[in-house]
Design a protein. Sequence first.
Length: 96
Amino acid sequence: MDSVQYLRFVASLVLVLGLILASVWAMRRFGLAGGLLRPSAQRRLALVETLPLDARHRLVLVRRDDREHLLLIGPAVATVERDIIPPRPPEGEPGR
């Protein structure tokens, strides 16, 4: 390989990386990321905790806004408890 081919390779690599960065910037700028690139402070949904029960079932505690929902995940999804108000942290401890 001569130096012209190496130069073409490096230029192509820089071009591809530039296109990837430009597309990520555009997704952030125009809101096309759909929550993937959203800062965590703006997220409304969070997975609080999971507990495996057996090979096919697990309990999942999900927080949406200021409410928590307990779900039983398995072959079929079932809501065990909904609209749980999360406990407040004791005085002096930072909140969520």
